[in-house]
Design a protein around this ligand. Structure first.
Ligand SMILES: O=C(NO)N[C@@H](Cc1ccccc1)C(=O)O
Ligand SMILES: [Zn+2]
Length: 158
């Protein structure tokens, strides 16, 4: 029976390796999903995409604003993965703007959104980020955050 005691007491190296293995697999899955979503939003000529739109139930989306035919005034930014995103504070007034959704093709609508949002999220390297977003990028963030809660822009149209 001594052998069993030894494993439990010393935290057998094999067990630690097992836990690290599982952690590495999960980490690799998230990195692959981030790369896949960035490629997908690029191919769709979109400015944002959320994991639930590809049937991945995790609190993760990409904000990738850049000018395109539908949003010629969109600012250009590096496609950014936002993990466990949240709004910490926002401006009082809401501003209406045109939105569409890659999951609801052919429909656009005027949607009220906060003009300024203070947000927090983890980036793809696990670093906690806190930023103030404004105007169109703030709009994309709110659109994508809604997807994580099963809300689409049609639900917000007055
Ligand atoms: O459907 C998505 N993302 O979920 N993509 C929309 C995002 C979007 C958000 C806000 C304003 C305009 C457009 C797109 O056309 O790229
Ligand atoms: Zn959408």
């Amino acid at each position: 029976m001594a052998e069993i005691r030894e494993v439990v007491q010393l935290g057998h190296p094999l067990l630690r390796t097992q836990a690290q293995y599982v952690e590495n697999v999960q980490e690799q899955r998230i990195q692959n999903l981030v790369d896949d979503l960035i490629a997908t939003v690029g191919q769709a000529n979109g400015v944002g995409i959320a994991a639930p739109q590809v049937a991945e139930c995790c609190r993760l989306f990409i904000v990738a604003s850049r000018p395109n035919l539908r949003y010629p005034y969109a600012p250009t930014m590096e496609p950014t993965a936002m993990i466990n995103p949240k709004i910490l504070a926002h401006s009082t007034e809401a501003v209406k703007g045109w939105e569409g959704c890659l999951s609801i093709p052919g429909i656009r609508g005027l949607v009220p959104r906060y003009q300024i949002v203070e947000v927090e999220y983890s980036d793809r390297n696990g670093k906690l980020q806190k930023q103030e977003l404004t105007d169109f990028v703030a709009r994309i963030f709110q659109h994508e955050l809604d997807h994580l809660d099963g809300i689409v822009f049609l639900d917000r149209m007055e």
